[in-house]
Write a protein that binds this ligand. Structure first.
Ligand SMILES: Nc1nc2c(ncn2[C@@H]2O[C@H](COP(=O)(O)OP(=O)(O)OP(=O)(O)O)[C@@H](O)[C@H]2O)c(=O)[nH]1
Ligand SMILES: [Mg+2]
Ligand SMILES: [Zn+2]
Ligand SMILES: [Zn+2]
Length: 387
């Protein structure tokens, strides 16, 4: 079974569909026509494309039954989105990223992708390649250009009910050096930037439900500035910046965790098996309020593996913080509902933004890759090491 990374419908390999190549150059093929299924999924007028067909035993290529041209253009039978060849070969893990409104999800995605392509990619001997043209385009226009180009904070993510949104689909490939020989392992990372607003609606959309249902792992982002108990512990400017959304129902941090957990639960019994990484975002805001020596504010050694001692220290410290902030409920709730969850603290920007722009010191992410390293370790794509 593979999950379509666009509409998140589960597709049996035998049901993968094809799109005819149509007419190109001197080769004659089927005429283009409006694709209603794709139009309905993406919103707006149906795109005009050659027709979609199915065959008995689909392989990498198929012959169009109408015009006899061969095609390698594989599509999802449900939404008719193109299925990248790499994705069909490596039907990877879908990581759901969720959090309340304003928790920092979009910023996190923007910076995480940048880091995986640069610093962290180097450390892990890994490459991150976009699987389709829309991923390249969307990352550039919606994330990289505003944040890295114009140094502007990202706008609030629009509800998927008003604008159609595509997930970002990347192939993450790592070279794992063994004692005798190296091997490569891949993971398809499907990041869907949800609007915090959408996760709180009573009637969550079909698309969101399928997304959560298809998730192999979940990352929860919690905004420490909006945790009620954290208010008292904040000092300096962070104190003023916190709690501004207190009356906004969409910004309740725990609500989103509970809501999503209920939806992830396919049967009522036992704790959930999917790994959950729970991260305090914007940890830069807390620096002033905490001791410098804290595990959270120590930089991680780039050892190309998961540092298990460091992991435990950070987990402990975040747990202690939650309890100190009277947000221990979150920890208790997680332990009741997940077999495997881990606590993190990270900062995508690395510094408090300056109004609507990023701090003058630039974007200096801090421990942003930690949840992903832990998940890679869980997926057996990364070793764990003791000091
Ligand atoms: N100090 C600090 N502030 C951050 C950081 N990341 C995000 N923020 C702040 O949080 C705001 C919201 O971030 P977004 O990434 O847009 O949040 P979101 O979760 O995508 O919000 P919705 O799209 O509304 O669901 C930003 O405008 C910043 O002001 C960070 O690493 N440090
Ligand atoms: Mg957003
Ligand atoms: Zn689909
Ligand atoms: Zn044809």
């Amino acid at each position: 079974m593979i999950t379509c990374p666009y509409c998140f419908v589960k597709v049996a390999p035998n049901n993968i569909a094809f799109r005819c190549m149509g007419t190109s150059g001197r080769s004659k093929g089927c005429q283009t026509r409006p694709d209603e299924a794709l139009g309905a999924f993406r919103g707006g007028p149906p795109p005009v494309l050659p027709p979609v067909f199915t065959v008995k035993r689909p392989g990498r290529r198929a012959v169009c039954p109408h015009c006899s041209r061969e095609t390698a253009w594989r599509v999802c039978p449900s939404c008719h989105s193109r299925l990248p060849a790499e994705y069909c070969a490596n039907p990877g893990k879908i990581v759901a990223l969720v959090g309340a409104k304003h928790a920092g999800k979009s910023t996190y995605i923007a910076v995480l992708i940048h880091e995986l392509m640069n610093r962290v990619g180097e450390e892990l001997d890994a490459s991150l390649v976009p699987c389709d043209d829309r991923t390249i385009e969307r990352y550039k226009t919606d994330f990289a250009r505003p944040l890295y180009g114009d140094h502007k904070l990202l706008p609030m993510t629009q509800s998927s009910g008003t604008v159609p949104r595509d997930p970002l689909v990347y192939l993450f490939t790592r070279t794992v050096r063994g004692r005798l020989r190296s091997r490569t392992t891949s993971l398809t990372l499907v990041l869907f930037d949800t609007a915090g607003e959408d996760l709180r609606q009573r009637e969550m959309s079909e698309l969101h439900l399928r997304y959560l249902n298809a998730a192999d792992a979940v990352i929860f982002l919690l905004d420490p500035l909006e945790l009620p108990g954290a208010q008292a512990a904040l000092t300096g400017a962070a104190k003023e910046r916190g709690g501004t959304l207190a009356n906004d129902l969409m910004s309740d941090q725990l609500d989103v965790v509970v809501r999503v957990t209920e939806l992830l639960r396919k049967s009522d019994k036992g704790r959930l098996a999917i790994p959950a990484a729970v991260a305090l975002s914007k940890i830069d805001e807390l620096r002033e309020s905490m001791e410098r020596q804290s595990a959270l504010h120590r930089t991680r050694d780039p050892i190309g593996a998961l540092d298990l001692d460091d992991r435990e220290a950070v987990d402990e410290q975040v747990r202690a913080l939650l309890h100190q902030w009277q947000a221990g409920m979150i920890d208790r709730y997680l332990s009741q509902h997940y077999h495997d969850y881990a606590l993190f603290g990270l900062s995508a920007l690395g510094a408090v933004p300056d109004g609507e722009t990023v701090a003058r010191s630039g974007i200096r992410p801090y421990r942003i890759e930690d949840p992903l390293l832990w998940l890679l370790y869980r997926f057996k794509m990364l070793d764990g090491r003791r000091r």
